[in-house]
Design a protein around this ligand. Structure first.
Ligand code: BES
Ligand code: MN
Ligand code: ZN
Length: 503
């Protein structure tokens, strides 16, 4: 896809896309185009076109414009608009444009869009170019070849390219989430990780069954025991402190859950719940795509990616409810539910990150159905033990248009993690499921600043009724992690965003 700045009236494209806010008249550049078209657009806006997200209307340009068609698209109510909704609005708009066969598209910068929304427009549009139907033999809908930005100002190529990179990184994660689990096996995911590492000359270590045994990573081995495919712990290190100019006292670890298929193990899932479990590696995927961009940008910060990779299956040597296993840092864990496997493998992955010198830990995981019960698909659920790290995460989420909502960790719930027979149990907490899962992980960070991002619902929209959120894999966390590393590297003072702004 090519990006270029261009004059709205003259650019020769399949369609000129014009944003419309719900309940608001066309103003500014859109009103100017409307005048040239003899009021055709304002007529539509006062009649059948409302301006809801996911709503589009195409009209002829009557030979007046360079564009063959005008495409009105809704962005919803201005007061509801934030970075995430804006990206989704462009995602849906581009998807429709592709369904109509448009290959060259120009987006007009006109209220409620302003020049400050360039990244959201580009990222959303790039994401709208992604195709779910990866293996259907029928012809897919057409690809977007060119996106022109009109009226966003000159000299912004660097920003547009950076946004395109983040959109493409998000799409890469969605692609991995969408791969069938008989193809994206632990071995394949490990190969993908190695390729990312090799591309940037990162230091990569891959711990297979023998190394895991030697290092005492029994929690990861225990989960992997029911599968014929071997689990792995992969770490890659970006040495950004050597580049200089950033915060050299922080060594950030991004830790991802890479369960390539979660059957639940012997505490087996119902068929309905198991259907989407190929996506249980979304956290690992987000971490891999993020470090790819972080390394490509040569950010001046030490960042390591640690991904715990396994299947959760029911073979003859599968772990049993009642088993007691020892973590890599010497804590005993009673397995009460083999379906609470994510916290087990992440605990060992966090221990490995700490052993390898992490000062700050951020884990990303499709960890609990409870995250979706609490927040639905509209945001990632966060838990953290450190205010500074959380303020970076909140700011990164805002910049990325990738929402997070923080949950509390009340001390009253600590007893829920306790086991009669071991130091900890891995489930059966009875309430506050997403919070307590996070609190389990906190037991392994050894006092370091830590944040936990539960993307179980935010990484994949399974609810067809939510028309303003794209369906299927969403790549949650990917852009957030890149912005996070950039913020920490710059140690930018974080100001709370004022009301009404969105980026
Ligand atoms: N991978 C699931 C969580 C999940 C649920 C992801 C729905 C995506 C969509 C996780 O391993 C799991 O099974 N969690 C259990 C934990 C429980 C047994 C304590 C859950 O949420 O039911
Ligand atoms: Mn599970
Ligand atoms: Zn899982």
């Amino acid at each position: 896809m090519a990006l270029a700045d261009a004059m709205a009236e003259r650019v020769s494209v399949d369609a000129l896309a014009i944003p419309v806010a719900l309940g608001e008249p066309l103003v500014g550049p859109a009103a100017e185009i409307d005048r040239q078209l003899g009021g055709l657009l304002s007529d539509a806006v006062s009649a059948e076109f409302r301006g809801r997200i996911d709503e589009v209307l195409t009209l002829p340009s009557a030979g007046v414009l360079g564009a063959r068609r005008v495409l009105l698209y809704g962005v919803g109510k201005t007061e509801d608009l934030d970075g995430q909704r804006l990206r989704h609005a462009h995602h849906q708009m581009v998807r429709r444009a592709r369904a109509y066969g448009y290959r060259r598209l120009a987006v007009l910068c006109s209220p409620p869009l302003g020049p400050e929304h360039l990244a959201a427009v580009v990222e959303g549009s790039v994401m709208g170019s992604w195709e779910l139907r990866s293996r259907q033999t029928a012809e897919p809908i057409s690809e977007l070849e060119e996106l022109l930005l009109s009226g966003f100002g000159e000299g912004r190529d660097g920003e547009a390219i950076a946004a395109q990179e983040l959109g493409e990184a998000t799409n890469r994660v969605r692609q991995w989430q969408n791969m069938p689990p008989n193809d994206l096996t632990p071995e394949t995911l490990t190969r993908i990780a190695r390729q990312v590492g090799e591309r940037h000359g990162l230091e990569v270590d891959v711990l297979g069954p023998e190394e895991l045994q030697a290092g005492g990573f029994e929690l990861l081995l225990g989960v992997g025991a029911g599968s014929d495919l071997a689990p792995r712990l992969v770490r890659m290190q970006h040495r950004g402190a050597l580049i200089g100019g950033g915060r050299s006292d922080v060594r950030l670890a991004l830790v991802g859950k890479g369960v390539t298929f979660d059957s639940g193990g012997l505490s087996i899932k119902k068929a309905e719940q198991m259907r989407t479990m190929k996506g249980d590696m979304a956290g690992a995927a987000a971490v891999l795509a993020a470090i790819d961009v972080i390394a490509a940008r040569r950010l001046p910060l030490d960042v390591m990616a640690v991904v715990a990779i396994t299947e959760n299956m029911i073979g003859g040597s599968a772990q049993r409810p009642g088993d007691i296993v020892m973590s890599a840092n010497g804590r005993t864990v009673e397995i009460v539910d083999t379906d609470a496997e994510g916290r087990l493998i992440l605990a060992d992955a966090i221990t490995y990150a700490v052993q390898r010198g992490a000062t700050h830990v951020v884990d990303v995981a499709t960890l609990t159905g409870a995250a979706g019960i609490a927040l639905g698909h509209g945001a990632t659920l966060g838990v953290a033990n450190d205010e500074e790290l959380w303020s970076w995460i909140a700011e990164a989420a805002q910049r990325a248009g990738d929402r997070v909502w923080r949950m509390p960790t009340y001390p009253e719930y600590e007893v829920l993690l306790a086991s009669q027979v071991a130091d900890l149990r891995n489930g059966y907490y009875g309430e506050a499921g997403a919070i307590t899962a996070g609190m389990f992980l906190r037991e392994f960070v050894e006092g370091r600043p830590w944040a936990h991002l539960d993307i179980a619902a935010s990484s994949w929209n399974t609810n067809a009724e939510l028309t303003t959120i794209p369906r299927g894999p969403l790549g949650a966390g990917t852009r957030l992690l890149v912005h996070l590393a950039e913020l920490v590297a710059a140690d930018a003072p974080v100001q709370p965003s004022s009301d009404g702004t969105f980026s």
